[in-house]
Structure formats: C-alpha cells, structure tokens
Design a protein around this ligand. Structure first.
Ligand code: SF4
Ligand code: SF4
Length: 172
C-alpha cells in the first residue's frame, strides 16, 4: 500500500508531503513563543489559516484548494491558525519552554475546558498515548469561543504529539 493510500484511507499522515510543514530545527530551538506546524496535505477548498494569519507567514493562496506553506521568518507563534483551522490541522510548538519540555499549543473543541494544572494524556496521530503532559493555559486567540490549550510535554515528541485527552482535574 502506498503512503497516499494510507493517508487517504486512514487519515493518518505517514511521511513528508506538500502541505505538511514543520519548522527548520535551528530556528525552532530558539524561537520564543514557538513556531507553527501544519499537517494539511490534501487539496480541499479551505483557506482560513492563510486569510487569518496576522503576519502573512502562511503564504497567501493563489487557489482556494492550495495546501499551506509557511514563511517561518514571519511566524510569531500567535496560534491564531490553531484556533481557526476547521480541520484541527495546525499546532504551535515552543521549544524554549524549559530544558526538557516544550509548550504545545493545540486546538481543543471539548467542554468543559481544562484548567491550568490539569493532567492530560498526550496522543499521537493514531490516538495512541505517548506521554503525560500538564495544562499550562487555555487561550481564546480571537475571542470567538474557539480555544487553544497550552500543554507542557517532552520536547522529543514534537514530531508526533498532535492532541490531548484530559485525564485528571487539578485538585480532584
Ligand atoms: S502561529 Fe500565528 S503567525 Fe504563525 S502561522 Fe499561525 S497564525 Fe501565522
Ligand atoms: S484552515 Fe486548516 S484545513 Fe483549511 S487549508 Fe488551512 S490548514 Fe488546511
């Protein structure tokens, strides 16, 4: 089975391809606030990531079916793309959070919202649990009731960690 068959039959991204973009490692390691990753490899009529990016880091589409490309020199780590993407395909990872932990800014559509200090299972692309993380903040970048959770978890998972499941409410 080809990589394309796996992707389009299962939804699981298996390798590098156009529309799946991650930062260059040297710049990523130093960038306070983090840099965006996008995993959107299929041509579909969708563009709010590009039209909402306040710095122009997501290169303007010439066709609404384009897949995203990022100019990393312009990315501020603001996570607006994380909040607006209807496909939950964007995240921001801040590698400067601490020596061993990165801060993952992830889309979150569940209620109730978690609180700072809650524990969370960190999930890979197939939903498998790959680490335990901690909620550091919940933000609403556009004040439109779409939320972004900030989770601290090991840096080495940046290529794999794509979602969380809250497992313990702080103080309960
Ligand atoms: S994090 Fe902000 S600046 Fe970076 S690509 Fe997303 S919307 Fe643009
Ligand atoms: S908003 Fe999300 S799903 Fe739509 S093109 Fe951008 S990354 Fe892909």
């Amino acid at each position: 089975m080809s990589d394309d068959d796996v992707l389009f039959n299962s939804g699981v991204l298996t390798g590098p391809r156009r529309g799946a973009v991650s930062p260059p490692e040297e710049a990523w390691a130093k960038k306070k606030g983090g840099l965006a990753l996008i995993e959107c490899p299929q041509r579909i009529p969708c563009n709010p990531c590009s039209t909402s990016c306040p710095t122009g880091a997501i290169i303007p589409f010439t066709d609404i079916n384009d897949t995203p490309e990022i100019d990393y020199g312009k990315c501020s780590g603001c996570a607006i793309c994380v909040a607006v993407c209807p496909g939950l395909a964007c995240l921001v990872v801040d590698m400067t959070f601490s020596d061993k932990l990165a801060l993952y800014k992830l889309p979150y559509e569940m209620l109730p919202l978690p609180d700072k200090g809650d524990s969370a299972d960190c999930l890979g692309r197939t939903g498998d649990v790959i680490a335990r993380g901690m909620i550091e903040a919940v933000t609403e970048p556009r004040r439109d009731r779409t939320y972004v959770v900030h989770v601290s978890a090991p840096k080495e998972l940046a290529g794999d960690l794509r979602a969380i499941r809250v497992v313990k409410r702080h103080g309960q």
